[in-house]
Design a protein around this ligand. Structure first.
Ligand SMILES: Nc1ncnc2c1ncn2[C@@H]1O[C@H](COP(=O)(O)OP(=O)(O)O)[C@@H](O)[C@H]1O
Ligand SMILES: [Mg+2]
Length: 249
């Protein structure tokens, strides 16, 4: 594995919900400029691991380090302030707001840019255009309401927004599960571009062809434990499937 300056490092993470041991030994390393894929069957603990990293759940044991320093995130807000952004399956965009308004949603306080005042409008529109134009293949009009956009455009905006605030780590839970082939391609192109910009990306995906296409490394979870990890170029789909099913590790 590449051990050069991991942005995120998880060691021996444990988390139980009553009698359910959701995590019993989760490991993960996400280096800068790499796409790290996290795979495993339903119930393997992937979402719980992400929620521990992003401060939604406090872990029961183990360690999480961000840029080499141990962290104990108390809340998602705290994780975001450090530069950890999450894009969930159910997109967190507001349909009745425009693209640029969504870009700035909930950022006023954190970044000290003031609420939506008409004086700032021009600047926010221009900045949204500049930030997204660099990343998106088919840039929608930034003044368009989100409800008018396709699923792929929405997902691209959500990812673009996550990556646009100095984020060091962008986490995506099934980013293309709801998309058609062409829209999936656009989102994968965006992921590739962010990779080139040095962002660390953690992608949960059930689509192993996609994992093979976009990731630098693959981490397999089974029953709350990390049971295998590979550089993607050194593994094939069959071995990943076997590991997910418990035939390896
Ligand atoms: N909030 C919760 N309360 C109780 N059990 C939970 C909770 N979240 C997850 N679990 C359980 O933890 C295990 C791991 O779930 P999850 O992290 O969602 O797996 P995955 O995302 O890999 O499908 C499952 O058995 C699930 O039912
Ligand atoms: Mg899940």
């Amino acid at each position: 594995m590449s051990e050069a300056m991991p942005v995120l490092e998880v060691r021996g993470l444990r988390k139980s919900f009553g009698a359910v041991d959701a995590l019993v030994g989760a490991e993960l390393i996400c280096p800068a400029g790499e796409v790290t894929a996290l795979v495993g069957d339903n119930g393997a603990g992937k979402s719980t691991l992400i929620r521990c990293i992003t401060g939604v759940y406090p872990p029961d044991g183990g360690a999480i380090a961000f840029k080499g320093a141990p962290i104990g995130f108390a809340s998602p807000t705290e994780a975001r302030a450090l530069g950890i952004e999450t894009v969930y399956q159910d997109l967190a965009l507001v349909e009745d707001l425009t693209v640029w308004q969504n870009m700035y949603l909930n950022r006023e306080v954190e970044h000290g840019i003031g609420p939506f005042r008409w004086l700032d409008r021009r600047r926010m529109i221009a900045e949204t255009e500049a930030k997204l134009e660099r990343l998106l293949v088919n840039m929608p009009p930034v003044r368009a309401k989100v409800r008018r956009l396709s699923g792929g455009q929405r997902q691209s905006i959500a990812i673009g927004r996550a990556a646009s605030w100095g984020s060091a780590l962008v986490i995506m839970d099934e980013p293309t599960a709801a998309l058609g082939v062409r829209e999936r391609g656009a989102v994968e192109a965006l992921i590739g571009r962010l990779r080139g910009e040095g962002v660390a990306q953690l992608v949960i995906s059930h689509d192993l062809e996609q994992v093979m296409r976009i990731s630098d490394s693959v981490w397999v979870m089974r029953r709350g434990r990390t049971i295998a990890r590979w550089r993607t170029r050194e593994v094939d789909r069959t071995r990943i499937v076997a590991a997910i099913a418990g035939a390896e590790g």
